[in-house]
Design a protein around this ligand. Structure first.
Ligand code: SAH
Length: 396
């Protein structure tokens, strides 16, 4: 197939040559190759201003990121290349994990920009987050079937990111019988993930190593899991030997799932859920003089867009201070942020300033990022979004 050319403005090839995969609309030479001539998802050959070949990409003329490279060679993204990329993604995960529960495809980092595939054994949960991937929907489903012969494929195309690409929001079963809930194994613990009604793809695989980080520190301890979702930290802590775990979330559904997960692991006798706004629940716990040995704070992205930075940062300060107040002397705080607009040093500073305001000595013991099934693309900072610090918080 002969692909049309997308030409860049002068000097705009530097970032791409440095490894990045995105082209912004203001970098395109609109006089010679007007963006509006392209269909959303159309594949193109990208050239520098002087006509030197850079790679192949797909275009979305309606998006600020108007093109994403999927190859440095002159080739189309078709069944063959898709299958090749998926095989590479699978062999990496097979190298990383013994069990088939992981993020199989992490977009740009697996050279499949805009595609997310989470694997729960025989069941897949997929997000097509760009027009380019949306256009390849049936090829992607076919390739996944060829590769894994899964029992089901669910398309969780209800993420807000699709709006930026002008795509509709929908949930669709693309293949087989997709169960409402599916069992997975993580850090040796059985967990149920709600595929259809849960957040994102149903499970946050990214926190796996940070959940494992708790293992040595929770036996015999009282643990609070703030923004618990389906209890991934809380239940794993309970199985690791905690004396008591409490999960806090504003979603009743999430807490009901957490309760189910507690029953599944035979730890429901030491589990409790508190439904409500985490800020209010933590204040109430403080009023009741409750104290915990270990507290996990893993909020939703408080900074969704750059312009929310100031307000979002304040929310990180507030929630971490509330958590520190509930910690026993020498307690452990696992503080995480999934906001790509919050820098690692800013989260560190949240801990520093919380310590100063409450007159506590803070010692950061470990630092985590997302698990290796979400590999970082070294040229794309957005692919390294998860931050987690495990800190001991003490009176001096
Ligand atoms: N810690 C979880 C993921 C958390 S996702 C894990 O490792 O799987 C964020 C969770 O925060 C969601 O379950 C959402 O329901 C909850 N949430 C969002 N805003 C909240 C608020 N203000 N108070 C309490 N929970 C909230």
């Amino acid at each position: 197939m002969e692909l049309k050319i997308l030409r860049l403005n002068r000097h705009e090839e530097k970032r791409l040559q440095g490894g990045h995969l995105w082209i912004y609309s203001n970098e395109v030479n609109n006089r010679e190759t007007p963006l509006k001539q392209f269909q959303p998802g159309e594949q193109v050959r990208v050239q520098t201003h002087s006509g030197k070949f850079i790679g192949t990409a797909y275009v979305n003329p309606h998006s600020l990121i108007c093109a994403r490279l999927f190859s440095r060679e002159s080739q189309v993204l078709d069944n063959t290349l898709l299958l090749h990329r998926l095989k590479k993604a699978l062999s990496l995960r097979a190298r990383l994990f013994e069990e088939p529960f992981y993020r199989l495809v992490y977009g740009e980092s697996d050279l499949l920009p805009g595609l997310v595939v989470d694997r729960f054994g025989d069941h897949l949960s997929v997000q097509l987050n760009s027009a380019g991937m949306e256009m390849l929907k049936s090829e992607i489903i076919d390739a996944l079937k060829t590769l894994l012969d899964p029992k089901s494929i669910l398309l969780r195309n209800d993420g807000s990111i699709r709006q930026l690409e002008g795509l509709t929001q929908e949930i669709e079963i693309a293949h087989g019988k997709s169960p409402k809930e599916v069992e997975l194994l993580e850090n040796g613990v059985k967990m149920l993930a709600p595929l259809h009604d849960g957040q994102k793809t149903g499970w946050f695989f990214d926190q796996r190593p940070n959940r494992a980080m708790l293992k040595h520190y929770v036996p015999g301890k009282r643990v609070l899991d703030v923004f618990s979702y389906v209890g991934s930290f809380a239940i794993q802590a309970a199985v690791f030997g905690a004396k008591e775990v409490m999960a806090v979330d504003s979603s009743r559904f999430a807490l009901e799932m957490a309760e189910k997960n507690a029953v599944l692991n035979g730890v429901d006798n030491i589990f409790s859920g508190a439904e409500g706004d985490a800020f209010d629940v933590l204040k109430a716990l403080r009023q009741e003089n409750e104290q915990f040995d270990v507290i996990v704070v893993d909020p939703p992205a408080f900074i969704k867009r750059k312009k929310d930075h100031k307000e979002g940062l304040r929310a990180y300060h507030r929630i971490n201070e509330l958590a520190m107040r509930l910690l026993k002397d020498d307690g452990l705080l696992l503080s995480a942020s999934c906001s790509m607009h919050l820098q690692r040093d800013e989260l560190m500073d949240v801990l520093r300033s919380g310590g100063r305001r409450l007159d506590r000595h803070v010692q950061v013991l470990f630092e985590g990022i997302q698990g290796p099934d979400h590999p970082v693309h070294p040229a794309i900072p957005e692919t390294c979004y998860l931050k987690a610090f495990l800190a001991q918080v003490s009176k001096e």
